[in-house]
Ligand binder design. Structure first.
Ligand code: BES
Ligand code: ZN
Ligand code: ZN
Length: 499
């Protein structure tokens, strides 16, 4: 896709279509809406009055008109932007994505958007480009017909009086973010017969080469040497060998505090049958997305490799398939993790925490001082928060607050759940140090988190349970259904702010 910044003469943009953000309760008395209304013969005023288009987020209205004079475009799309007072930079991404999806369906190849945002224009450009790119993701990779072959090839962003060169760079940053989200979504969408741990590792390796990250893959032999008995217990029932993926970004010149290292750690269960504690068959197919935390890490690291922030970041994915083969771990087995703790496995379906245990120990041994782990860890979080908020829990309130703030900046919602001694007591085992489930169904998401906490030594740590937010059951005007690449933008903001 080509990106352009235009800073004057919006109507004369050399594109097929113009798109403009329209707020609730607007009129066409002045400014850009007045000009556009005149351009298309008064139809904007009519449609606003008719109440057919209210300017709510997701609303659209489309017009064909006769272009005159220097104007090239002959289509106009109004895109609802909601209340003007609530309009944030992240909403620009939604507006841009809504326009791009709508216009693509109409076979429009190029469009210019007037986002009508008064704040930081570079942030607007980044959000707009990311929104456009992410909006183009479709689930049709494995269709041999009915494929979406319509493509937007040019996106022009109109910022009155902006500086073209700076805007162009900001658009490129947005393109990187959108592409990296789509890269992660492609991983999460892959069927588990294609994307087993070995393939996930291969894709991470190839990506790392392309964007200049260091990549190391540990095989089961290496993991055994490192004493990762907790992680390895999950792979025992699978014919697919587990892979431990390590991605490193090191800036040429670091501006971060000396000795500080942020690690992103992802659950990469390429398929979760539940193991011997097998899941019911209904809905089991959804468990191909159980590597979404890992996909988020890989997608975020891809963007980091290209955006080149001035702080180092370590990315780790524990890629494992959870199957009930004859060598599978049994409920009541006891294993030893790489920090020496013994774990009584009472439910083999609580496997995400088992792989993350050894992954966070490894991260800290590599020098991580802040660890953020991502995992589709519990069904309980879906009951608690649905698909609207990602749960965040952690041992450092500052880090948790930062994640919530970064999320608000980029339009991703987080909600904190508590942890604490009383919860930790619930995973004490009668015969080992800890067990991998609590008693009964109480506080499922918290129990998952406090289990992982047992493996954190000194690091500041936050855990994101993305089980409810990593997959969208329905499409929205600005994005397809399916994998959402949740948390990539938040983590990139976190990295940006730690520079
Ligand atoms: N991958 C699942 C979590 C999950 C379940 C995500 C349903 C989306 C929908 C995880 O490995 C799991 O099975 N967790 C169990 C934990 C329980 C056995 C303590 C769960 O949530 O039921
Ligand atoms: Zn499970
Ligand atoms: Zn799982």
């Amino acid at each position: 896709m080509k990106f352009q910044a235009i800073t004057d003469n919006f109507q004369e943009a050399n594109v097929d279509a113009l798109a403009v953000a329209v707020f609730k309760d607007e009129n066409t008395g002045s400014g850009i809406l007045k000009d556009l209304n005149e351009l298309i013969g008064g139809h904007i005023a009519s449609i606003i009055k008719s109440e057919e288009f209210k300017g709510e987020s997701g609303d659209t209205a489309y017009f064909l008109f006769e272009s005159k004079g220097k104007n090239k475009a002959n289509r106009l799309l109004l895109v609802g932007a909601g209340d003007r007072a609530d309009y944030k930079t992240s909403d620009v991404g939604v507006v841009a994505g809504t326009a791009a999806r709508n216009l693509r369906k109409r076979n429009v190849k190029s469009f210019a958007l007037a986002p009508r945002f008064d704040g930081d224009s570079l942030d607007v450009a980044t959000n707009a480009a990311a929104g456009v790119v992410a909006s183009q993701f479709e689930l049709d990779k494995y269709k041999s017909s009915d494929k979406n072959d319509k493509k937007i090839d040019t996106f022009a962003l109109y910022i009155e009086g902006g500086r073209e060169k700076d805007l162009k760079d900001a658009l490129t940053r947005g393109e990187i973010i959108g592409d990296s989200m789509n890269f992660a979504r492609d991983l999460a969408n892959e069927p588990p017969n294609v994307l087993h741990p070995t393939e996930m590792a291969k894709r991470a390796e190839k990506m790392a080469k392309e964007v200049g990250l260091k990549c190391e893959i540990l095989d089961e032999g290496k993991m055994e040497k490192l004493g990762m008995g907790s992680l390895l217990s999950v792979t025992k029932g699978s014919a697919q060998p587990a892979k431990f993926i390590i991605l490193r970004y090191e800036p040429k010149k670091s501006t971060g505090k000396k000795g500080e290292l942020l690690a992103l750690v992802g659950k990469g269960i390429t398929f979760d049958t539940g193991g011997i504690s097998i899941k019911p068959s209904e809905g089991m197919d959804a468990m191909k997305y159980d590597m979404s935390g890992g996909a988020t890490v890989i997608g975020t690291m891809r963007a980091i490799g290209l955006l080149k922030p001035t702080v180092p970041v370590l990315g780790i994915v524990a890629a494992v398939e959870n199957m009930p083969g004859s060598a599978a771990t049994r409920p009541s087995d006891i294993v030893t993790a790489s920090n020496g703790k013994t774990v009584e496995i009472l439910n083999t379906d609580a496997e995400g925490r088992l792989v993350l245990a050894d992954a966070v120990v490894y991260a800290e041994k590599q020098g991580a001082t802040r660890i953020v782990d991502m995992a589709t860890l519990t069904g309980a979080v879906i009951i608690a928060l649905g698909d609207l908020h990602t749960a965040v829990l952690g041992n450092d309130q500052e880090l948790v607050d930062e994640i919530i703030e970064c999320g608000a900046d980029v339009g991703e919602n987080f909600w904190q759940l508590p942890i604490g001694k009383e919860y930790s007591k619930m995973i004490k085992s009668d015969i080992a140090d800890i067990k991998n489930i609590g008693g009964g169904r109480k506080a499922g998401t918290i129990i998952g988190a406090v289990f992982i906490e047992e493996f954190i030594k000194d690091a500041k740590w936050a855990h994101l349970d993305i089980a409810g937010t990593a997959w969208a059951d329905d499409a929205k005007p600005h994005r397809s259904k399916g994998p959402t690449a949740i948390a990539i933008r938040t983590l990139l903001k976190l990295v940006e702010k730690s520079q």
